[in-house]
Design a binder for this molecule. Structure first.
Ligand code: 0O2
Length: 212
């Protein structure tokens, strides 16, 4: 049977949205888990600490569409909301982030649509992370749907910062006092420093072990 390759814009209802984006998340999660197992076997090292994935809630999707001035329709969701399917990969070291990103990029069935490197260019809030927007084919019984997934790759320290900042923003409903905002920026710089020091320390340990 010949399969049609469909665009996401052919997704018709909410149940289908959930089905397809969940399938896309499973595909990426499985790929990453296999890569981690392979690393463990070949290099005796796990670059991935853990992986979290989620489908954006309908409420958050509607909020995002509203923010950008779009009506809440299924075609608009699929076209304009890039992170309906989101996966977060937490690593120990900054070097792991770029290594994982390169491996994702090299997968023949994954198309990288865009990359935002908030590690090289942190957001004014202090937010640091490496974002990749990719498309992965989802195989249904009668068609293949190229589906967007947002992959956020960050270190444990960056993740710690982002989750605290998220909680603070939620508590103050977006109106965070300036003093707390600048403390958060300072914390982000400390986290970046910690990441650098831990990476150097790890590299030193690796050199010593390889000499032994
Ligand atoms: P949630 O709750 O994680 O779903 P776009 O997604 O393209 O419309 P933007 O801002 O250009 O909007 O995308 P970007 O910069 O890639 O950020 C998207 C996601 O990154 C956010 O999703 C957050 O998960 C995370 N993020 C970005 N900036 C910050 C920040 O300052 N603090 C924290 N804690 N997280 C951030 P959502 O939809 O905003 O939220």
């Amino acid at each position: 049977m010949e399969m049609n390759i469909n665009r996401e814009s052919d997704i018709n209802n909410w149940e289908e949205v959930i089905l397809i984006y969940n399938a896309a998340l499973k595909q990426i999660s499985t790929k990453l888990a296999i890569l981690n197992d392979e690393f463990q076997q070949v290099h005796k090292y796990n670059p991935i600490e853990h992986i979290k994935s989620r489908i954006k809630t309908s409420g958050s999707i509607v909020k995002k569409l509203k923010k950008h001035g779009y009506e809440s329709t299924i075609p608009n969701m699929v076209q304009y909301v890039n992170d309906i399917a989101g996966i977060r990969v937490i690593c120990s070291f900054t070097s792991d982030i770029y290594q994982i990103a390169d491996i994702i990029r090299a997968q023949s069935d994954i198309k990288v649509i865009s990359v935002k490197d908030y590690i090289v260019n942190p957001k004014p809030s202090g937010y640091m992370s490496y974002h990749m927007l990719v498309k992965v084919p989802v195989y249904l019984s009668d068609r293949i749907v190229d589906t967007k997934v947002e992959i956020q790759i960050r270190t444990v320290a960056m993740d710690f910062w982002a989750s605290l900042e998220h909680k603070i923003n939620y508590k103050f409903e977006g109106n965070v006092p300036d003093r707390i905002k600048s403390e958060l920026v300072a914390c982000s710089r400390i986290a970046a420093k910690l990441d650098k020091k831990m990476l150097l320390l790890n590299e030193e340990i690796q050199t010593i072990s390889s000499e032994e």
